[in-house]
Design a binder for this molecule. Structure first.
Ligand code: ATP
Length: 272
């Protein structure tokens, strides 16, 4: 499969799922995200790109409540979320994967995926003892969802393996599975193809598109591989030094002189 021949099949509509209005985040004296405004519409795959250190992960950390914005507003389905804690934001229907694989070593693939159901698990021992039948129903429903996602992402063969022994590409897929079993409407992927070879990248693209189609997702994708970004994103937002420098159709955005200069500037700086 060629990445350039890949097409998104679920067209976005005009309903705004997530809106960031003028958000800023500082770390001490470092203004990591500067007055960023962007909107993501239902069914859309929005690419968030930019050179290293341009503020992409910080923006995602602001949306997901890990490092909330100190200025500005974030609306999810029209409701402000910028003061919510990460688990409350997750409960709204937002799930994410992390730039560096963040799985629990020493646990199986299956158990790592099951952890994504924690928002659906009620931990009361008393409740479980008194209402064993209800706990059983809950267990069955968790298992059912997990099996559906294992099937969708073709993880059947490795489900009982320790997660640390499966290849990186599969670990990234396990992370995606863990995010998907939380039944999100809005999925944030932070460099899901990092460290992958071409074949692994192509598989991952396929899995992301399949998941989007099957589960009706809206996606925010941070990705450095421009072939992936141009193949699967409907629009791009480009950051540089914490600021939004461009927003538009993928091919148009990445060939914009300001964007090209931002990337080349980093290369020159790195070489200096
Ligand atoms: N928790 C933190 N504490 C201090 N500084 C931070 C923190 N998180 C990010 N930064 C800084 O904020 C700036 C933006 O970083 P960020 O990780 O958002 O960039 P990025 O675009 O995601 O980069 P990359 O593509 O390399 O992942 C960088 O200068 C980074 O060092």
């Amino acid at each position: 499969m060629s990445l350039t021949s890949t097409l998104t099949s679920t067209a976005p509509n005009n309903e705004v799922v997530l809106a960031c209005h003028n958000i800023s985040r500082w770390f001490g004296g470092l203004h990591a995200v500067k007055h960023v405004t962007m909107e993501i519409r239902k069914g859309e795959t929005l690419g968030l790109v930019g050179p290293n250190g341009s503020g992409k992960t910080t923006t995602v950390n602001a949306i997901t409540g890990f490092f909330p914005p100190q200025e500005g507003e974030i609306l999810y389905m029209g409701r402000p979320i910028q003061k919510m804690r990460p688990h409350e934001i997750a409960q709204q229907g937002i799930a994410r994967t992390f730039q560096n694989v963040a799985l629990f070593k020493g646990m199986s693939v299956l158990d790592n995926i099951l952890l994504g159901r924690h928002n659906f698990m009620k931990p009361s021992v008393l409740r479980a003892m008194l209402y064993w039948w209800s706990a059983q129903k809950e267990e069955v429903s968790n298992r059912y969802k997990v099996e559906e996602i294992i099937d969708l992402l073709q993880l059947e063969d490795v489900r009982d393996e320790m997660v640390d022994v499966v290849p990186l590409g599969t670990q990234k897929r396990v992370e995606l599975a863990r995010a998907l079993v939380a039944e999100p409407q809005f999925l944030i992927l932070d460099e899901p193809m990092a460290g992958m070879n071409q074949e692994e990248k192509e598989y991952m693209v396929r899995f992301i598109l399949d998941a989007k189609e099957a589960l009706g997702l809206t996606i925010l994708l941070i990705e450095h591989h421009m072939d992936v970004v141009t193949a699967i994103c409907d629009r791009l937002v480009v950051l540089n030094n914490g600021e939004k420098i461009k927003e538009g159709q993928p091919l148009e955005a990445i060939s914009d002189p300001t964007v090209v200069a931002a990337y080349i500037g980093r290369v020159d700086n790195a070489a200096a």
